[in-house]
Design a protein. Structure first.
Lengths: 374, 508
């Protein structure tokens, strides 16, 4: 064959990555959050009385466990460019269902399994409305947020079911022997491994990123866009229901208004962890660190007798900073590049591609493209 | 370093000299130079990746240069945003216009600077009157009150030109405006361009079509590998010389078609119908054959291809690949049967621009690269490295974002991604649109080789020389129906154009 194009040539070689391994591993938004988490813990351990104690850690884990659980599937949903705001209502619904079914005489395990199934159905409803009917997930899940919460409160009224078997309660809240870590964290770790594998090491996960980056190109490449999203919404509902059972057992109380507003904490943790709200970018360890960071900060501030209003203000400011910082960095970088270009005039090729800013350039480019080419 | 002006001695409207731009380690423009004069239409040509688009984006204020000088109307300028360059009188018209589809033509022309009455009310009457006057001046017949959604690309470009004129643009840049236009539309656009030139405006025209460059322009600047090569008067140069300057070598046989033995039917489309788009489309493509789907832009060729592949739904008919009927509307199923589609719009449909080269190339074969349920970057990179080297994709590393590559290199990535699926039937939609001569003949040679290896190829093309040069058979589509099925011998330019513009069923 006389062709030049079909014969492999050795004229061009490619590096696997632009940056060395340590830079790719460490100089990322996710690792910045991990560093912030370590910083907060270190600072609080020294500066806040009683922070460095096992009881603090136990309560920290108990508090963030539900957020951590729900943040796992939420990360995948947001990477596709969608969002699920109904998760906290599913927590409430699952809590009420577990309580009423158990009170009606079913064994606790059966009641819990039925509640989880209900969560899957709730997720399927969201997924159906988004993928088959074609509505925006923001609108759909705000609607089902109200709907599922309404069902939960309607089922049980303002009463609470508080009488749950101690064996089950101990199962989630008891500490792993020799550590301050409650048993629920085992479930969190197992699911984190499963979702990490799903997002980062499977063809399904590559499809998730492709959808978030370009839905149309993904569709043209044989990625089943609708089915992928439907599966993710079902996973989101299922895990939210699981978190609902945890919530019920941890507080020993099934109430319709359990976990009201939790969806915002979950979304905050995911975005703080470096997942792009526009989809297409993120890594699972980011949201995990994000949830722990928010939890650790709140815990430290509470111990330092700061009121919850102030804690909310600090958390909100942190979240906005984390969302805004990539754009600011890109802007600063382009300013610097221009000034340097004008001064030195020559050899722009030597401009060192800074860590973490390749991604920022993407964000910047996306916004200019939206302005100029769409 | 710029060559002496060819046509007019007037002071230049715009001078760029030694302009450079890079994105991280990717150098898009090494040293770009350009001098535009009032009353002149200046052509800018070069292979993909030569830096033409980057230069235009610097002129438009979308990118900021890293080095070099930029003078506009004799003053050094430094546009930080597109608004600044627009305000100064530079208008850029892109291949795909950027109008607001739900607003009226008039509202689009005045977007962001509507004339107002007291209390900030918008003066709709004044707006409309000016648009009518502009359209009259341009000799354009577009309803100023209709929404721009549904306007042809040609009409949308004219709206953009009207917008530029209402801003009294001194410099008008047209980035491959004719790529998606039919012959008549191109003529109309050229008429408008000449009228603007005669008013004393400076025009920059980017095109890959030499006949257009020679027809329209008076001066031509050639770029190669991000550098300025030459500027000459059209009258003093020839196509051969320009091609040599563009590629830095001689390009022989543009259509290296070799005849391959024809085998079994691999793609069979029977009675395919999508109401209002195409109707009762039937054809077959055999192993070793290149079948062209010719016709005017908008005849429904891409829609037929997309439905056959499953990206779009269809209402009736069947698609059979190698004897197995495909479930409609499922690209993944089509891929499993060995069907591949290299789509028309590589930026939106072909490549995932925010993703790296490796992830792009392996997106179609990610299932195959998975071992024991685990897909690793190492497996993707190993596969992508081979494909990138095979097509000589210009990039430093495999995680270089596809969006930072030039058009030709993006197209190479898209072709690689589909050949990686080892298809039996390949549908290519405008495979050489917006591609330079060098890469173009590479693509043609590749298609010819693939047919020789026994692939069945269905090629959609708007370029008649490409259709006639490459195809074993030509199917002509007119208004959603196949109006002719011509053999290589029967396919003359006249026969194809006749079928493309007439309803008569010549064959089938």
């Amino acid at each position: 064959m006389a062709s030049t194009t079909l014969t492999p040539t050795t004229s061009r070689t490619y590096r696997d990555f632009q940056r060395p391994r340590w830079q790719r591993m460490l100089l990322t938004r996710e690792m910045a959050v991990v560093a912030a988490l370590i910083g907060v813990i270190a600072f609080a351990s020294v500066a806040v009385d009683n922070f460095a104690s096992s009881i603090t850690y136990t309560y920290l884990f108990l508090d963030v466990a539900a957020i951590l659980l729900i943040a796992l599937p939420m990360t995948l949903v947001i990477v596709t460019g969608e969002i699920d705001l109904s998760v906290a209502s599913v927590v409430g619904l699952s809590s009420v269902l577990t309580g009423t079914l158990y009170q009606a005489g079913l064994p606790f395990a059966v009641a819990a399994l039925l509640a989880i199934a209900a969560g899957a159905v709730a997720g399927a409803i969201n997924g159906f409305l988004v993928t088959v009917v074609g509505l925006p997930s923001l609108a759909v899940t705000i609607g089902t947020l109200a709907l599922f919460r309404g069902l939960a409160v309607g089922l049980l009224g303002t009463t609470a079911i508080t009488d749950f078997p101690d064996s089950w309660r101990d199962l989630v809240t008891n500490k792993i022997p020799g550590t301050p870590v409650p048993a629920i964290i085992v479930l969190v770790v197992v699911l984190a491994i499963v979702f990490g594998w799903l997002l980062h090491f499977t063809p399904f996960g590559r499809g998730i990123f492709a959808i978030g980056q370009s839905k149309e190109a993904a569709h043209f490449s044989g990625v089943r866009v609708g089915r992928t999203k439907l599966i993710l919404f079902i996973l989101s509902g299922t895990v939210a229901a699981l978190a609902g059972i945890y919530y019920t057992l941890r507080y020993g109380s099934a109430r319709g208004d359990n976990a009201t507003g939790l969806e915002l904490s979950v979304v905050a943790a995911v975005l703080l962890g470096g997942v792009s709200i526009f989809g297409g970018r993120g890594a699972l360890h980011g949201p995990i660190a994000g949830a722990l960071l928010i939890g650790a900060m709140a815990s430290a501030l509470r111990l330092a007798s700061v009121t919850s209003d102030v804690i909310n203000v600090i958390t909100g400011t942190l979240l906005i900073l984390s969302v805004v910082s990539p754009s600011l960095l890109a802007w600063a970088q382009s300013r610097r590049a221009r000034r340097r270009g004008k001064k030195e005039g020559e050899d722009p090729a030597s401009a060192d591609p800074r860590p973490a800013q390749a991604a920022d350039a993407t964000v910047a480019r996306r916004s200019t493209m939206g302005e100029e080419e769409q | 370093m710029t060559a002496p002006p060819a046509a007019t001695p007037a002071a230049p409207a715009l001078v760029l000299d030694g302009v450079a731009k890079s994105f991280g380690p990717v150098v898009a423009l090494r040293s770009g130079s350009l001098t535009l004069r009032p009353g002149s239409i200046h052509a800018l040509i070069g292979e993909n990746g030569a830096g033409k688009s980057t230069l235009v984006k610097i002129i438009a204020g979308l990118y900021q240069r890293d080095a070099g000088t930029f003078e506009y109307l004799g003053e050094p300028v430094d546009f930080g945003t597109t608004a600044e360059s627009k305000g100064a009188g530079i208008a850029v018209i892109y291949q795909e216009p950027t109008l607001f589809p739900d607003l009226s033509v008039t509202e689009n022309v005045f977007m962001g600077r509507q004339p107002t009455l007291s209390l900030g009310r918008i003066d709709k009457r004044a707006m409309r009157a000016e648009v009518v006057a502009l359209f009259e001046q341009l000799g354009v017949h577009v309803d100023p009150d209709r929404p721009t959604r549904g306007l042809s690309i040609a009409d949308q470009q004219l709206v953009e030109i009207a917008k530029a004129m209402s801003l009294d643009a001194k410099v008008l840049v047209m980035d491959e405006p004719t790529a998606a236009l039919s012959g008549v539309e191109v003529e109309r656009l050229f008429g408008v361009a000449r009228a603007l030139r005669d008013e004393g405006r400076a025009l920059l025209f980017i095109s890959h079509r030499f006949d257009e460059v020679f027809d329209l322009c008076d001066t031509v600047t050639v770029m190669r590998d991000g550098e300025y090569i030459s500027t000459s008067a059209i009258a003093d140069t020839t196509v051969d010389r320009l091609v040599r300057e563009m590629v830095g070598r001689d390009v022989t046989d543009l259509f290296p078609k070799t005849v391959a033995p024809v085998g079994d039917v691999l793609l069979e489309v029977e009675g395919l119908t999508r109401t209002g788009v195409f109707h009762d489309v039937s054809f077959e493509v055999r192993a070793g054959e290149i079948v062209a789907l010719a016709g005017l832009v908008g005849a429904g060729r891409s829609e037929i291809a997309r439905a056959a592949f499953g990206v779009d739904p269809y209402d009736a008919g069947t698609v059979t690949v190698a004897g197995r009927r495909l479930a409609g509307g499922d690209p993944a199923a089509a891929m499993r049967q060995g069907l591949a589609l290299i789509p028309e719009d590589r930026r939106r449909q072909g490549a995932v621009l925010d993703s790296g080269i490796a992830r792009n190339v392996t997106l179609t074969i990610r299932d195959r690269l998975t071992r024991a349920g685990v897909l690793t970057s190492a497996a993707e990179n190993a596969s992508a490295r081979e494909w990138a080297a095979r097509f000589e994709v210009r990039a430093p590393s495999l995680d270089t974002l596809a969006g930072t590559l030039s058009g030709g290199n993006q197209q190479k990535v898209v072709i690689a991604k589909w050949l990686a699926t080892e298809p039996r039937v390949l549908i290519v939609d405008e495979p050489t649109r917006g591609i330079d001569v060098g890469t173009k003949s590479e693509v043609h040679r590749l298609l010819s080789d693939l047919a020789g290896q026994g692939l069945a190829i269905l090629m959609i093309s708007s370029e008649l020389p490409e259709v006639l040069g490459m195809a074993d058979r030509v199917l002509v589509v007119h208004e959603g129906r196949i109006t002719a099925n011509l053999t290589r011998e029967e396919a003359t330019p006249e026969a194809v154009m006749y079928a493309a513009t007439h309803d008569v069923e010549v064959a089938r």
